[in-house]
Ligand binder design. Sequence first.
Ligand SMILES: [Zn+2]
Length: 267
Amino acid sequence: MRYIEPHGHMVSRTTDDYEAMLTAGCAAVCEPAFWAGYDRSGVQGFYDYFCQLTDYEPKRAAKFGLPHFTWLCINPKESEDTALAADVLGIVPEFLERPNVLGIGEIGLNKNTRNEMKVLEQHIDLAMRHGQMILVHTPHLEDKLKGTRLIVDLLKADARVQPGRVIIDHVEEHTIQHVLDAGFWAGITLYPESKTTPPRAIDMFEVYGGQSVWLNSACDWGRSDPLAVPKTALEMRRRGHSDATIDALIYGNPIRFLSQNPRFHLR
Ligand SMILES: [Zn+2]
């Protein structure tokens, strides 16, 4: 088996996780900037985090022979502080030319507030001005449907945005169709609780098809499984899906989307 982990928060994982992913067939890992589990006290905290994502973590992954890529932004949770968000948006461009940066993400909404919307709009503008791809986080549980609609509307309102260069992540049964109909890619996040379990993800794949869909584990500091993608592949095999179908979903699709940025490459 071979696969890409297109959304893994590796700064919160151990070297044992890297080894397990490699052993399971991981060929590359991509790490969007996110909330660290605490609110950072100022822009310097983000500067250090962006250095970690573009310098230290790719070196750590390289020790295991694993290519590591990243996406940069201020996450929606901390975007509630619009003054801090402005400062962080100000330092993002100086990191965009670093060799493992794929685009702007994971931006989006958390509680669908007015401030989050404003900062999301600023991120989209930043991405367009710098010709960047976008990775979007959608809100949790009861906020997800409304938040997904708001995000899709905001992206559609900017004529510069090419939907095929945007992935909207953490889709669920009630949001995937809306995302795909609008021409965006959809990410299905596999979590032991919340988001999507492997059987639900495969159900969605069987109902909506997998043309513009990727699977990810989002493995972070919370209860999550860095091997969720290969384990889901095993479950697909058990259900009778062919190896070619599985390979296209967990390896071919992420490569097809990510290769729109020429920086993305395998070993
Ligand atoms: Zn994430």
